[in-house]
Design a protein around this ligand. Structure first.
Ligand SMILES: [Zn+2]
Length: 183
């Protein structure tokens, strides 16, 4: 069990961007540090790769490995490290049945690959559910998932590109979470 702490201002900024982009997903790289005992992660900032807006798609975030280079520079400048990433899942309450906060199969596949490539520094995957309610408002909630090692069965994509599809997972109901939660 690890505790992930996110300042309200950082959460608000992600939610603001996620609502503005809806129904397009947005993506950010988590910058922060771990406590000495390794039990608590403090997220200090989120790096938003500007390139993600070049090819918007409602079905996927097209993550480039190169996005991690400037993010690592930001982290290093703060004396911190990259702890993982976070992205939104967009749902319309009238179209979806019990949309949850679970990563898709491709999300797990992605975190497994990037974790391997970053030497295990990648530790958390954040999912922000943006749910369009019947009153047309967009409600956001967050859950963090620990990185896990999984057998990689699919062939590697091109080194510079990883395509993540998010619409192929079964949707189960996740617990509602705040910006901090035990995982
Ligand atoms: Zn996803």
């Amino acid at each position: 069990m690890k505790l992930v702490l996110v300042p309200p201002s950082v959460t608000r900024e992600f939610y603001r961007r996620a609502r503005r982009a809806f129904p397009i997903e947005i993506y950010g790289i988590l910058i922060g540090g771990m406590s000495e005992d390794g039990k608590t992660a403090r997220i200090v900032d989120i790096y938003y790769p500007p390139e993600q807006y070049d090819r918007p798609s409602p079905d996927a975030v097209h993550v480039e490995y190169s996005w991690f280079t400037p993010a690592a520079a930001v982290a290093e400048g703060l004396g911190l490290e990259i702890l993982g990433d976070i992205h939104s899942h967009c749902y319309d309450e009238e179209l979806e049945f019990e949309p949850g906060l679970d990563p898709s199969e491709d999300d797990w596949d992605w975190q497994n690959r990037i974790r391997r490539d970053t030497g295990g520094q990648y530790q958390f995957m954040g999912i922000v559910r943006v749910l369009k309610k019947k009153d047309r408002r967009l409600h956001c909630s967050t859950r963090f998932w620990p990185a896990v090692e999984l057998p990689i069965t699919a062939p590697w994509p091109k080194p510079s590109t990883s395509k993540r599809r998010v619409r192929n997972s079964s949707r189960s109901s996740g617990r509602r979470g705040g910006s901090a939660g035990r995982i």
